[in-house]
Design a protein around this ligand. Structure first.
Ligand code: PMP
Length: 422
């Protein structure tokens, strides 16, 4: 067979390290070689061989309306025709910041950046600048981008590649980073600048916060005068209109956003109360900058997406995701395998085995059973694209119709029977 994906893969590995521009896209943890995307529309991606997949990767959560939504593509081309970057402020930046302020209840100001990594990196600098302290507390298995100081015991690709952190990160860079288990409120001291957390963890599979975890973090931060940072790069504008604070009634001091709010273009944001945000340059002493920050094409796409998301969108997404989660759990169990589908709103992930998964340690035990790669490939063969890593979550989009969801469950039944009887 003339496999165009394979031919492209052979060219890719010669000129791009590992053939991919982000390690999570490679198939190292599931085996085999990746499909190359030629185009995408709605719930589907099409590879270079012209094969269609029902796509649950959705750019790892950057796409919520589905691929190439016409409202977004029109906004993007209109914006691009007016110029793709200026190096001067634009109305789009103000409109997007206003939209975020309007949605997230404790946010008064927003600084736009170009990625989630930049948002979390800046959040830490700002927290240190504001408190005059150095220590940062993060949770085992939470991923906050690839800046040195946060690349300690992270989830996602770092987890599936089996790296504790990364070579090239000096001991000094992480010496002020303390890593503690998820879902347990740590006892802080008065050297702590901030606690950064994925309020719903989505980079070690999907692990929701247990009752009292987030409110406990809030209380403990207040007790010692540390800032609480919610990294909502995945959850922001996906789990609810105003993010997790709407659902748990806990406010952070700083929020990091990305993905959904860029409508599929590079964006990130740091947001919080004015008294803290004003400490950023040029009004304050904490420096941060970016040539492409607040890029007009990205803000146009992001604004279009946020404006398209209303309460109805969230209940639609939730309904379909619930059906998908229950369906997957049923058919995989019927195939004779212990499985738990974790779900929080529209986010879900598959944990094999019967162990209760509440943190990174238990997630790793489930992954160690080794079932995910078999199920992943059996699904891919049938035209359903899951992320090629056991620690990633599934991202159903608003473009996934009931038919797509039902078909996915049917195909999962066949896939599970193949994967686990072989
Ligand atoms: N924080 C979280 C919770 C993430 O999931 C990610 C990326 N998956 C990041 C930060 C980093 O974002 P980016 O890849 O845009 O740098």
């Amino acid at each position: 067979m003339n496999d165009t994906n394979l031919q492209m893969w052979k060219r890719a590995v010669k000129v791009i390290p590992g053939g991919v521009n982000s390690p999570v896209r490679s198939f190292v943890s599931v085996g085999g070689t990746p499909y190359f995307v030629q185009r995408a529309k709605g719930a589907y991606v099409y590879d270079l061989n012209g094969r269609r997949y029902i796509d649950y990767v959705q750019s790892y959560g950057a796409s919520i309306l589905g691929h190439a939504d016409s409202r977004v593509t029109v906004a993007v081309s209109r914006a691009a025709e007016l110029g793709t970057t200026y190096g001067a402020p634009t109305e789009g930046e103000v409109l997007l910041a206003e939209e975020v302020v309007e949605r997230v209840r404790s946010v008064e100001m927003v600084r736009l950046v170009s990625s989630g990594t930049e948002a979390t990196m800046t959040a830490l600098r700002l927290a240190r600048g504001v408190t005059g302290r150095n220590k940062v507390v993060k949770f085992d298995g939470c991923y906050h981008g690839h800046s040195d100081q946060l690349l300690a015991s992270a989830g996602s690709g770092v987890a599936s590649l089996g790296l504790a952190g990364s070579v090239g990160v000096s001991a000094n860079a992480v010496s002020d980073t303390l890593v503690v288990p998820y879902n347990q409120v740590p006892v802080l001291d008065d050297e702590t600048a901030c606690v950064i957390v994925e309020p719903v963890a989505a980079n070690m599979g999907l692990i929701p916060p247990q009752e009292g975890f987030l409110s406990g973090l809030r209380r403990e931060c207040d007790r010692v005068g540390a800032l609480l940072i919610f990294d909502e790069v995945i959850t922001g504008f996906r789990v609810a209109k105003g993010g997790v604070s709407d659902l748990f009634d806990v406010d952070a001091d700083l929020y990091c956003f990305g993905k959904v709010m860029g409508g599929g273009l590079p964006i990130g944001a740091l947001a919080g109360r004015s008294e803290i945000m004003r400490q950023l340059a040029p009004t304050g002493p904490v420096y941060q900058a970016g040539t492409l920050s607040g890029n007009p094409v990205a803000t146009a796409a992001g604004l279009t997406v946020l404006r398209a998301l209303d309460e109805n969108s969230y209940s639609m997404l939730e309904g379909r995701s619930k059906y998908l989660a229950e369906g997957l759990e049923k058919v995989i169990s019927e195939a004779g395998f212990d499985v738990q589908i974790h779900r929080f709103g529209p986010l879900l992930s598959i944990f094999f085995g019967d162990l209760t998964v509440t943190d990174y340690l238990s997630a790793k035990k489930s992954v160690a059973l080794g079932a995910y790669p078999y199920f992943f490939h059996a699904m891919l063969q049938r035209g359903v694209a899951l992320a090629p890593g056991p620690y990633e979550v599934m991202f159903p989009s608003l473009a996934h119709s009931w038919d797509d969801i039902e078909l996915s469950v049917d195909l999962a039944s066949a896939a599970a029977n193949q994967a686990f009887t072989e």
